[in-house]
Write a protein that binds this ligand. Structure first.
Ligand SMILES: Nc1ncnc2c1ncn2[C@@H]1O[C@H](COP(=O)(O)OP(=O)(O)OP(=O)(O)O)[C@@H](O)[C@H]1O
Length: 259
């Protein structure tokens, strides 16, 4: 377990601690040990059926490990309540194409949590939804029905919904499936930007080896069963002791192209 304090950029955000998972008698994940640290981008790659979706579902508490434990922000997932700190875009979004919600309504629905379900949304809450749509460049689609949009536009709406609470950890399950190559590239650019400039931590399943390796490198940090974990931190390891200020300076350098 990581012992870094809250000031460190290597705080453990999610710990997968000797986790095994079986569907009835079929073991899908076997004694997996992996930590996701603050500001990591973790790319999860593996063949069909390797257990990637199962792993993400355990991370968000939808499935319970058969053995072992998952901790989010140092709390066992079963007791974790701060779901606003986490954004999740599942593999296949369950919206029926005829579902009569607008993009704005879908994005706003991300503001409701168990805690807030009976609360009225404030003006500030509604502004968060507008900001998330702006960030995903779908503000001009706000009043359109979600089912009438292209796959790429829908994915941006689901991502806007996932970031509406400004989460610290974003969990994405094959977010670019079914969208054209150009939109996929745009989507990756957006995600990379969020990682590098908005201090978000990511875990993302993808079959797009080329895009993933272009950002995360060609060597996995860990291989467990059929799952490979590729990891990129927002800055070089030797800079890890830097302060928040130097972190920002590093990013400014990067933005203006100075190495
Ligand atoms: N609800 C379920 N009941 C029984 N077996 C399941 C269930 N869900 C998944 N499985 C099986 O568990 C294994 C892992 O499934 P999972 O969806 O986690 O794989 P994946 O790596 O995400 O695959 P893909 O790349 O195809 O999305 C597969 O063999 C799958 O058939």
């Amino acid at each position: 377990m990581e012992t870094n304090d809250a000031q460190s950029c290597h705080r453990c955000i999610a710990a997968i601690d000797h986790v095994t998972f079986s569907y009835e008698h079929k073991k899908v994940i076997d004694n997996l040990q992996f930590n996701i640290l603050e500001r990591d981008f973790v790319g999860v790659i593996g063949s069909n059926g390797a257990g990637k979706t199962t792993l993400l579902k355990m991370l968000v508490g939808l499935l319970k490990p058969t053995q072992g434990e998952i901790r989010l922000f140092d709390q066992p997932v079963g007791q974790f309540k701060d779901w606003e700190r986490i954004g999740y875009v599942p593999q296949k979004n369950a919206f029926n194409p005829l579902f009569p919600a607008t993009v704005r309504e879908v994005v706003t629905s991300g503001l409701y949590s168990k805690k807030k379900i009976y609360k009225r949304l404030t003006k500030a809450d509604l502004q968060k939804a507008e900001d998330a749509m702006l960030a995903m460049r779908i503000e001009d689609l706000a009043a359109r029905r979600i089912g009438q949009l292209s796959g790429g536009q829908q994915q941006r709406a689901f991502l806007a919904r996932a970031i509406v609470n400004n989460p610290e950890l974003l969990i994405l399950d094959e977010p670019t499936v079914g969208i054209d190559a150009e939109s996929q590239a745009g989507f990756f650019r957006m995600i990379r930007h969020m990682h590098q400039h908005h201090h978000m931590t990511f875990i993302m399943v993808s079959h797009d080896m080329e895009m993933m390796q272009a950002y995360l490198g060609t060597e996995p940090q860990q291989v467990s069963g059929g799952i490979k974990f590729y990891v990129k931190h927002t800055h070089d390891p030797e800079d890890c002791r830097e302060t928040n200020l130097t972190h920002s300076i590093g990013q400014i350098r990067e933005m203006i192209g100075i190495q």
